[in-house]
Design a protein around this ligand. Structure first.
Ligand code: FES
Length: 252
């Protein structure tokens, strides 16, 4: 884990209120693993006091890191106004990340809304390692779907929208049953309601399913116990023991 001050390369609103921020951060890229996150200071002073945890969205061979975030609060609103040449203070990479089981041959990645954030990095790594990847994305409507042009070109893509304006009509979890038969391992990121629905799906029973939990965090370092979740092995810190857990391990 490193603390670095890095320059902003670009910052664009790619979906209404969702920004894609690129930074020059070779020290973090060198050790980053899909599913890990960084803690970002969102202000020029210590106000707001707490850093924001943001998943590593993708990395480049030339040392750039991309973060995808919704401008939903004071910290991320400040972040959404950063411009090329500004500098940001990052702490990371943090957390445990996803792990592909050696026996897996085909992977399904399920993204609920902005849950696509850590899955693009995972998809790119898996594809370059030779795994076939199916990426299932769900959103409220076509206008809130992550742009297809930014997805890894070799991934098979399926989409759902709640209003039917693109892809299959319905929730992202509705489409899992049709896709999962030939799949060895599932990875997901999205809201808790999506995980609860996945936990009841017969088609996922017996399959390895890893999920990335999103949670408010204080320190991101395992020090404040502000991010505890209940698991079958007892309480666990999302920042230190996660954010990636087995779906069947979490007590909802
Ligand atoms: Fe402090 Fe996890 S955020 S222990």
């Amino acid at each position: 884990m490193k603390q670095v001050t890095v320059p902003v390369i670009s910052n664009a609103e790619i979906i209404p209120q969702v920004h894609l921020l690129s930074l020059e951060a070779p020290e973090i890229v060198a050790v980053a693993h899909p599913g890990q996150f960084v803690m970002v200071r969102c202000g020029e002073s210590h106000d707001p006091l707490l850093r924001r945890p943001l998943s590593i969205h993708r990395v480049t061979e030339t040392g750039q890191i991309a973060l995808l975030f919704g401008a939903v609060g004071r910290g991320t609103w400040w972040l959404s106004h950063c411009r090329k040449g500004d500098h940001l203070d990052l702490l990371g990479p943090l957390g445990n990340g996803f792990s592909i089981q050696p026996i897996s041959r085909s992977l399904l990645l399920v993204a609920g809304g902005i849950g696509i954030a850590p899955l693009v990095f995972l998809a790119e790594n898996a594809l370059s390692a030779g795994y076939p990847v199916t990426l299932l994305m769900g959103a409220q409507s076509a206008s809130s779907l992550y742009p297809r042009s930014l997805l890894p070109s070799h991934a098979k893509v399926a989409m759902t929208t709640e209003d039917g304006s693109e892809g299959r009509l319905g929730m992202v979890t509705d489409a899992i049953d049709d896709l999962v038969e030939q799949i060895d391992q599932v990875f997901a990121c999205g809201p808790v309601s999506m995980y609860r629905s996945m936990a009841t799906k017969e088609c996922l029973a017996g399959k390895p399913v890893q999920i990335s939990l999103e949670m408010m965090m204080g320190c991101g370092l395992g020090a404040c116990y502000g991010c505890v979740t209940r698991t079958k092995r007892g309480p666990r810190q999302v920042c230190h023991d996660g954010p990636v857990f087995e779906l069947g391990e979490i007590l909802w």
